[in-house]
Design a protein around this ligand. Structure first.
Ligand code: TRP
Length: 371
């Protein structure tokens, strides 16, 4: 049995996604309209599960207004794993969604003890700069800090008021069932996150409309709770929250990329030599121990981290990917060759990205502190 432990604040071991689908009661995401297929993450089922996503598909089809809302906990370096969510912003923006992004600086304070100043700095220099470089446009975007929702009092009041009113509609036992270990900080963080997800529908914002929340599967407990609470809240008839869940990009050594271990991730600011060294030294290989054995038995692409990076992010060409998969399986392609190809792909992507990052730095003001 695979060992796994997945909560909003901890992801350990190898994640068994099929098991989580059952355990969490989410639905598998299948056959999306053509327009989603241009993004690898959707085409290859890396975004693999959902709740009520058909509402979003209907809104897109009928050209009705909808919102994409998500949040980020600003800790450590922005790495390839974070790009999985960011790439989804871009496609929703192209599809006409209004984009809401919460910087979870309060959550970082209550659950990790990180100061608001530190969170602000990391959010801007790491996250937002990279979002812009990856293609996020300033139109129709609201990026805000949980500690500072808006300069406009009516908007700010509405957001914090909702967090407080929602507390009436949840019990302590529900918190315990959803989160296991409960502290006052975690309770407030999850109510604030519920307000993050629901407040776009308040009269001060967009009014009731479909909202999709793309997240890692670890965040589903927050969605379950927010969906339940919102049904009990009678003052406003919220459109039920929709969500999609993506798989985690594996860390170099397997498991999840962890911001606290630089040898577990590729940062979007890593230079060419660092990338080469990290992949060669740490990227877990599905190949055999000796070349001779590899040629005879072949490798296992499903557990090979380099192959997974190609599949989840770097290799756009489906035919090429399948060729690599079968050559690796047959043993024709060695681990060394696969790593070399992956390093090349990564460095090409990062070179372009880092130029875009330099330009993005001057555009921050168009995204933050406007609303
Ligand atoms: N809890 C999320 C995390 O740890 C961050 C977050 C805050 C969030 N508010 C949100 C995610 C609203 C989705 C929607 O990364």
């Amino acid at each position: 049995m695979t060992k796994n432990h997945v909560t909003p604040w901890e992801v350990e071991g190898d994640v068994n996604y099929q098991k989580l689908i059952k355990e969490f009661g989410v639905s598998e995401l299948k056959s999306l309209p053509e327009i989603f297929n241009k993004e690898i993450l959707f085409r290859r089922n890396i975004v693999f599960a959902h709740r009520d996503f058909q509402k979003i598909l209907e809104a897109i089809k009928n050209k009705k207004k909808f919102v994409m809302m998500t949040g980020l906990m600003p800790t450590g370096k922005f790495h390839l794993g974070h790009a999985v969510i960011a790439k989804q912003f871009i496609i929703y923006q192209e599809l006409g969604a209004k984009i809401y992004i919460a910087v979870a600086d309060i959550e970082a304070y209550t659950t990790r003890g990180q100061s608001l100043e530190e969170s602000r700095k990391i959010a801007i220099e790491e996250y937002i700069t990279n979002y812009i470089a990856l293609g996020l446009k300033p139109e129709n975007v609201e990026i805000y800090f949980q500690s500072e929702r808006s300069n406009k009092p009516d908007k700010a009041n509405a957001y914090y008021r909702l967090q407080n009113l929602l507390s009436k509609h949840v019990t302590f036992n529900e918190f315990k069932a959803v989160y296991g270990d409960v502290t006052p900080g975690k309770m407030l963080a999850s109510l604030l996150q519920a307000s993050d997800m629901l407040h776009p529908q308040l009269p001060e914002f967009e009014k009731p409309c479909p909202v999709v929340v793309p997240v890692g599967i670890d965040q589903d407990p927050h969605l379950r709770l927010a969906r339940d609470i919102s049904k009990r809240f009678k003052t406003i008839k919220f459109d039920q929250l929709c969500s999609t869940y993506n798989m985690f990009l594996p860390g170099l050594k397997g498991g999840k990329m962890s911001a606290s271990d630089p040898n577990s991730f590729i940062a979007l600011t890593d230079d060419k030599k660092t990338v080469k060294d990290k992949i060669n030294k740490y990227a877990f290989s599905g190949g055999q121990d000796t070349l001779e054995e590899h040629k005879k038995k072949g490798g296992n692409p499903d557990i090979d981290v380099s192959f997974q990076y190609l599949r989840m992010m770097l290799e756009e060409d489906d035919n090429k990917l399948e060729q690599i998969r079968s050559d690796y399986k047959s043993g024709e392609l060695t681990t060394g060759e696969l790593k070399k190809y992956t390093i090349g792909k990564l460095n090409t992507f990062l070179e372009k990205h880092q130029l875009a990052r330099d330009k993005a730095k001057n555009k921050i003001d168009r995204f933050v502190n406007r609303k």
